[in-house]
Design a protein around this ligand. Sequence first.
Ligand code: AMP
Length: 482
Amino acid sequence: MTDTETETGTEFESFQSLPEAVKRGVEDLGWKEPMPVQRRVIPMMLARRDLIVQAITGSGKTGAFGLPIVQNLNAERRETQALVLAPTRELAGQICKEITIMGLHAGVDTIAVYGGTAYGPQLDAFARGVHVVVGTPGRILDHLKSGKLVLDNVKVLIIDEADELLSLGFWPDMKEIGRFLPSDRQTGLFSATMPERVRSLARFFLRDPEFISLTEGGVRSPEEIEHYHYIVSAQEKESMLLRILQYEEPDSAIVFCNTRDDVRYLTRYLQRNELDADAIEGGMTQVAREKVMARIKAGELRFLVATDVAARGIDISDLSHVISYSSSDSPEVYLHRTGRTGRAGRTGTAISLISGLDIGNFRNMQNVNRMVIPERPIPSAPDVAGRVRQRVQVRLEHDLRELGERERELRQRRYLPLVEELAADAEGRLELAMVLGAYLASPRREAASPAAEPADAAPPARDHERKGGGRKRRPRRRGPRG
Ligand code: AMP
């Protein structure tokens, strides 16, 4: 090996140290030198450590987990030895393509498994004992439940773009997949951001993980609050906030405004757009304020809009996001606002909306507090629409799966004629849109993200394992790790 010892540990310096067959795969990909994420991650993957990697798409992370998977795998054994979960079909397809090239000369058989594609080739691959399965959680769960895909011999689980997986609503499916996985596996979690819900996911799937960060600014503690801002026009501020909330779908948030009028206006605006929002401001009676407080503390209210004065002294440390809708002229206020998230070892996200009216205060605040808060581009309307569509699909597929085959068929047969009739004209399509909206607004039967569940919500590992007697294809009830 040409690895060298550095202050950050052993690094993977060159592809020369790879087995001959894998090296040829890397040559086919045209890669000459390992990228930073590969240098840091490959040695730990090869040492079969559990790890959390903060890295963005484009950093070379597929190689970072793909090469060790291919190297560690026993191609002679026709069984599934690695599972990669990815949020979208496109990403699953891309990862599959890359691992296929890496593993071609080593005899590694890889398949992508996602919705919207024929079952036939996937079933054939499982029957011949495909080595690496890359897919979206929904379709993988379909195959697990039908007993066609067996994960008993999986040595490596990769959760790629964990923040995206959770944002799209895949948590219930992922939790179920966890029950089919052996507990003596290695798990690698990759995510561009590390909000609390990703950390909860890590607690569920990983055991004593290493943490590697490759985002700007070098190594960061996962406990830190993530700060960023969006530049918006003053006229469009409320609609941009709505868009950001729809895109990010925070578990919960407090939105700070400078004035009571802003609080009232913004709360009504969010409510009109069907967000679960309520206000606390100085003009309300104490009783009314306490009612709202009780709801946000109990997790029954998702968005609290407040002035700094009205929210003073309130301990709501469980909120995932703090949003500065308008910037205060006092730099200290920003610290008070954002101090409400990321408490007690949790991570939080602090977002500022900056219009021309805020820019002076925002700059001054960063100078005084010695902070550099990066900008993010506002998601476009098609970005938001695409994301909402994906979430609808994930939820529908999950709920259909829960119904069971007989009930699903009955229900589909019962309602299909009505759907066809409604979809045939414009008015009917609007009615269908209403039904879909109501469906999405209704609470999920299961928590939408791991952070929304108590840490002990799932049974501990092994307690629920079936002991002996069970047929081979029966799902193994294995709980979380660590
Ligand atoms: P990823 O972050 O895995 O999506 O990778 C981003 C792009 O970088 C992909 O097109 C990879 O094929 C490419 N890539 C990954 N590793 C290397 C490397 N060591 N040298 C050159 N290109 C690479």
